[in-house]
Design a protein around this ligand. Structure first.
Ligand code: GDP
Ligand code: MN
Length: 402
């Protein structure tokens, strides 16, 4: 589950990790209000930041620094409601519905901090780099040694000596070392307490000292990306409320209401499959047969007739779909139950696109009989490959017709 930058920063703040002063704004009036308050409190400027669930906003024109209240209003009216395109949104972009208005910081250095799960080691890895403010994926590809890592033992958590090691690698001044260690320990606490899957501070900045000493240089999280493990959300009711449905694909939101595992893809053959492994194999074999899947859909092991109808409804709401490929292994879900479900759904929903099935498992003979006697034009494949080829051919015929 993804959340917005302003929400992530509130969590950081609550855990004692320093972030700039600022507030979220849903309208232009709110944005100007927040900017006015920050400037009155002595901020030397404000930064207007688009809140969307994607990075790269700076390059896309979604982050602007204003020195006056007039400029702040100007930028807020430009960014609010814009269709922001970044390398993470795809060409259609994402509509900006909220802004974060923050006091500006006098940036001295832009650094990077991140925590991810290393699946191979089955441990969290804490990363730090002096190459902050740019895409870390690019740094990793071009100069992997610029990223410093420590592996965290889950039994003891991030140790202060490990945080110190990273702080040294960042080339911080002696006065910055201890605050940096506290900062990193705070991030680690946030990660573990929220059951996060990713926490990134990019940029993690040091500010230009305003006094005669380097002592008043501060450390701040200027940006924050925090994502949570969906499977752990049952024990975080307060975090679940941070979900912003407007940022998610509408069909995926609909599917999640029915506990269907659905992910929309770009192809034109809709897949209805039980079991994630079979779903992956089905997408592969469609590609192999020269087609391309419109989605990943796992209806689950114990799907019933209603669930199949729900699944159909979601699949057919995608205007790209030219054929439906149903690939079911009848185990807990018996094939005759599935066949009844498919016939009912096809009748109730007046399905217009061709349906190709490949069925195996318990009561498969009975299932085939139900389909054959339904009077509806189902195609049944002998094998998985045969069915995939039939589905690809059906989609091509349909595409030509339209
Ligand atoms: P992202 O592009 O989506 O990762 O958004 P960020 O929050 O990282 O902002 C992009 C860039 O804008 C940062 O790397 C900074 O260089 C710049 N930026 C953000 N906030 C401030 C600020 O308060 N002052 C200044 N001078 N630059 C800022
Ligand atoms: Mn960033």
């Amino acid at each position: 589950m993804k959340i917005h930058e302003y929400q992530a920063k509130e969590i950081l703040r609550a855990h004692g990790v320093p972030v700039p002063e600022g507030e979220v704004a849903n309208t232009l009036e709110e944005a100007v209000d927040v900017a006015r308050r920050l400037l009155l409190r002595g901020a030397s400027g404000v930064v207007v930041k688009a809140q969307i669930h994607a990075g790269g906003r700076g390059k896309g024109g979604g982050v602007k620094v204003a020195r006056t209240l007039e400029d702040a209003g100007q930028y807020a009216s430009q960014i609010l409601g814009m269709q922001l395109v970044t390398h993470q949104t795809g060409p259609a972009g994402q509509r900006v519905r909220r802004l974060l208005i923050e006091e500006t910081a006098a940036i001295d250095r832009e650094l990077y901090l991140g925590i991810v799960l290393d699946r191979a080691q089955a441990k969290l890895v804490f990363m730090a780099s002096q190459a902050g403010g740019m895409e870390i994926e690019e740094v990793a590809a071009q100069d992997p040694f610029a990223i410093h890592k420590v592996v965290v033992d889950p039994a003891v958590g991030l140790m202060p000596y490990q945080a110190r090691e990273l702080a040294f690698a960042l080339g911080l001044t002696p006065a910055q070392l201890q605050p940096a260690v506290q900062f990193m320990l705070g991030l680690y606490q946030v990660f573990v307490k929220t059951d996060a899957t990713l926490l990134e501070i990019n940029p993690f900045i040091t500010t230009r000292p305003s006094g005669p000493q380097a002592l008043d240089s501060k450390l701040l999280a200027l940006d924050c990306k925090l994502t949570f493990d969906d499977n752990a959300m049952f024990r975080h009711r307060e975090l679940k409320e941070l979900r912003d449905l407007a940022e998610e694909d509408p069909l995926e939101v609909e599917a999640s209401k029915f506990a269907l595992n659905y992910i929309k893809l770009d192809g034109n053959i809709a897949c209805m499959v039980n079991g994630a492994g079979l779903a992956m194999a089905t997408m592969d074999i469609i590609q192999y047969a020269g087609g391309s899947p419109a989605n990943f859909l796992d209806v689950g092991g114990g799907a019933n007739q209603q669930q199949i109808e729900n699944a159909f409804q979601i699949l057919l709401s995608d205007p790209n779909v030219k054929a439906v490929f149903i690939n079911i292994f009848g185990g807990i879900l018996r094939v005759d139950t599935l066949a009844q479900g498919v016939v009912q759904a096809a009748r109730n929903l007046h399905v217009q696109v061709p349906i190709v099935l490949r069925l195996e498992g318990t009561n498969v003979e009975e299932g085939r009989r139900i389909l054959a006697e339904s009077g509806l034009a189902f195609e049944v494949g002998e094998t998985m490959q045969d069915a995939a080829e039939k589905a690809v051919a059906a989609a091509k015929r349909m595409a030509v017709k339209q």
